[in-house]
Ligand binder design. Sequence first.
Ligand code: PLP
Length: 338
Amino acid sequence: MNLARFPRIRLGHLPTPLEPLETLSKHLGGPRLWIKRDDCTGLSTGGNKTRKLEYLMAEARAQGADTVITQGATQSNHARQTAAAAAKLGFACHILLEDRTGYTDPAYTRSGNVLLDKLHGAVVSRRPGGADMQAEMEALAEELRRAGRRPYVIPGGGSNPVGALGYVGAALELVAQAAAMDLRIDHVVHATGSAGTQAGLVAGLVALNSGIPVLGIGVRAPRERQEANVLALAQRTAEHLGLPAGTVRAEHVRANCDYVGQGYGIPTEAMVEAVKLVAEKEGILLDPVYTGKAMAGLIDLIGKGYFRPEENVVFLHTGGAVGLFGYPDAFGLPADSP
Ligand SMILES: *Cc1c(COP(=O)(O)O)cnc(C)c1O
């Protein structure tokens, strides 16, 4: 495997730190928890999409594009990081936001990520929940081509075999970092949505023969569909890397989708508790849509004895804290509180 043969434009502050969560580990009574700070990738407050965009934007440039188009939910972290990458590299950027939650609170529709999309100069337009967003992007691309532009379409979450290379790189980074720290990683746990993060990580960790299992905590789809999405993309990513067929197998892909609650982007009580706990014990901000639900899952699994007390569990922090500003009411802070 040779990642360096794929075009890449550096956008992130890498490597991101790998740090112990000492207070939280003690509070929960073990295992030993660690955090991989991919919320600190630097691009417009950071997050996991930055690693993917390093490869996607390089492909856009190689194809001679002058415009990028992408899509996501209203409070999409992917849209915000794409808008920032486009701004830095001199591309025009069109963002299509799908109303997946039906929330009309101006904090949700205008603050948080939406505010930053606009600050980075992206053209933002909205689509109703359930719209065929890939078709919407293709239609916009066609319109822009007729107007003489050269658009490059980035799928939702930047999740295709090119974007997933960013998380193959993260797997190499994590294994090297752990080796330098004499740290034996027993599990990696993170939020999984459009599947590119888990697919890239799994492809990378399996290719390295690391023996490190990855558990994705789902935020939208039921488990079978999520595992199938991750497996398919991990296999396509492995193929893109030139790994032998059969390298990534079903047994390498595990998701737990028991912590979604009512749906994508809809707060759960356990998410609120997890966000508050990590803020209070570690001074670290999680987010309401992804990492808060993933941490809620991790905490619940710890309580159920899923991990042994002496194991080292790495929580991959995929970012998203900007989204907190879209959900002021979820955290029980009344508007008139001091
Ligand atoms: C997009 C996102 C994820 C999920 O990553 P996928 O590659 O889409 O599965 C997790 N956390 C945050 C904060 C995200 O923005």
